[in-house]
Design a protein around this ligand. Sequence first.
Ligand code: TIU
Length: 236
Amino acid sequence: MRPEPSSIEADPYPFAFDPAVTALVVVDMQRDFLLPGGFGALLGNDVSLLSKVIEPLTHVLAAARAAGMMVIHTREGHRPDLSDCPPSKLARGRLGTPIGSAGPNGRILVRGEAGHEIVEDLAPLPGEIVLDKPGKGAFYATDLELMLRNAQITSLVVTGVTTEVCVHTTIREANDRGFDCLVPGDCVGSYFPQFHDVGLRMIAAQGGIFGWVTTSLHLLTALGAKRPMLTTIQGA
Ligand code: TIU
């Protein structure tokens, strides 16, 4: 049964939450960003900084599913012929391994390759939307806005990686389109802890200039998640 609308404790002030008009967006929880040998690692990043997001996000995903919320998984990546990859994005790969080149998990950031897939713990269920996006933002060059409007969604819970890149870009795009965005801070992550912290503060600053920031615990409570889920998280 779908939980009743409620108010979620958040920064800068409580978020009016109605699961019936809210979608959970899980941004780019792909092997290419989270596992060794992928795009993130080949850029020189410590991918273990992102894996801590998986555990709290599994609980939020389970609770959102149980509440009947719309769930959207995004994946950053390109067509095998790279025709949708801007030359500027391709050229910046010269400091690491360029998009489309061969890596341990297949061609980097290319659709259909093993590294492009979402990590096993957060695998999409049949019927959930999987949105392939060529850019950092989930609205750019995709049909996301059309699907959200058709489903009469007005708010988004935005999760995933990385805080200051694809998550931030998606929130900014959503905010300009009139969607209210709530971010559980422990369900987003960055290769740079300082960017993560400031990224969250930037969202909620100035009276919530881009949205609201909360925790998975507050969100799970509003979703009526069962006690064992909350106990697991509190004990983690
Ligand atoms: N998904 C996403 O954030 N794409 C990136 O390239 N992020 C980095 O932080 N590099």
